[in-house]
Design a protein around this ligand. Structure first.
Ligand code: G3I
Length: 330
């Protein structure tokens, strides 16, 4: 019953996050991506710690491998993430002044977006910028970039990205925009307030990324999500589901039941988004269960392997695969 017909548009481009190391050694993984996806996103390859372990150089090897694979397979590529407080190299802690931080961030964005100009057509420009106490102050997370540069680091980053590739789609992306409850209402409000301000000031911004990390014990707020999507779209922006998966910690062990519940959670989100006008693209954060970050970072209390993604460990499609391809079907 929970997976009925979607209220609105099918034909959404779908995709997944990919790891360069897996592309390199796993033909089954490559084939599954080519079959199931219209686009891919770099999972870890373009994070600061991978790209810039030392301050002086940029290591584009993994990003280039992903772009090559996608180009050969006719897939589009999203880049993740130009500005993020997670997975940064230790040398960033040596940045002291505002001028130094701003110069480093500008250089990073110009170099990375410039390198992939025309090849990566959509970017998570700033990732996870809303605070975990969203009702406090401006609701912006006090990241190293905000501490050094101030709230204006978001606008600065978007302008720098647009300058490096005027044709690229530029997003702000965040988590916890999906659920029922006051905390999540506040996060949606911070996101909306922030993008409204940017749009009003004419800052180049094209959309909002809803990460879509869903949880077995949190309820997707259909009405709030539909409203949020409609409000974003009314600003002339798109919504992209950037990191969809389901953390299945409290779902029953039984595989049939668990896989169905995972699919239902995702359907509930995508259906609500469709009701609000639809997403520009939907990407899962990985394609195969055993490659999911949830295996390591969100283990089940009973020790059974997590099943967060469309394909099982042997690349066999699960109900979530059906949901994804359903929204994709033309
Ligand atoms: O796969 C290896 C495994 O072979 C090894 O035995 C194990 C032991 O440490 O590590 C495994 O790799 C870890 C990987 O997660 C597993 O998915 C890496 O050490 C770990 O660094 C890596 O973390 C990444 C995480 O960001 C870091 O916080 C994940 O790859 C990546 O999917 C995740 O992505 C983030 C987004 O960037 C932002 N939004 C949330 C999302 C999930 O946390």
């Amino acid at each position: 019953a929970a997976r009925a017909r979607p209220a609105a548009p099918l034909g959404t481009p779908v995709g997944c996050a990919v790891q360069a190391s897996l592309l390199d050694r796993d033909a089954g993984y490559r084939r599954a991506i080519l079959r199931d996806c219209d686009l891919v996103v770099t999972e870890d390859a373009l994070k600061w710690d991978r790209l810039r372990p030392t301050r002086g150089a940029f290591d584009f090897a993994e990003g280039d491998a992903i772009v090559r694979f996608a180009r050969d397979g006719g897939l589009a590529v999203r880049g993740h993430a130009l500005v993020f407080h997670g997975q940064v190299p230790p040398w960033l802690d040596t940045l002291r002044s505002r001028a130094e931080a701003e110069a480093e961030l500008r250089k990073h964005i110009a170099t990375v977006v410039g390198h992939y100009r025309g090849a990566i057509t959509s970017w998570d420009v700033v990732n996870e910028f809303t605070d975990d106490a969203p009702e406090r102050g401006t609701g912006l997370r006090n990241t190293l970039w905000r501490r050094l540069i101030g709230d204006g680091y978001i606008e600065m980053s978007l302008r720098a990205a647009a300058q490096a590739d005027p044709a690229a789609q530029l997003l702000l992306s965040d988590y916890f925009l999906e659920f029922e409850g006051e905390h999540y209402d506040s996060r949606r409000a911070v996101m909306l307030r922030t993008v409204q301000g940017l749009v009003a000031r004419g800052v180049p911004l094209h959309g909002v990324g809803m990460q879509g990390h869903l949880y077995s014990d949190r309820v997707v707020d259909r009405a709030a999500v539909a409203r949020f999507v409609a409000e974003v779209r009314a600003l002339g922006l798109v919504v992209v589901v950037t990191e969809l998966d389901v953390i299945d910690q409290t779902f029953p062990a039984d595989l049939r039941q668990r896989d169905e519940l995972v699919a239902q959670q995702a359907f509930r989100l995508l259906d609500a988004i469709a009701e609000g006008g639809g997403a520009d693209a939907v990407l899962t954060w990985g394609l195969r269960d055993r490659d999911s970050w949830t295996r390591w970072h969100k283990p089940r209390p009973d020790g059974l392997p997590t099943r967060s993604l469309p394909l099982d460990d042997d690349l066999k499609p699960k109900p979530l695969h059906e949901v994804m391809q359903h929204f994709r079907r033309r």
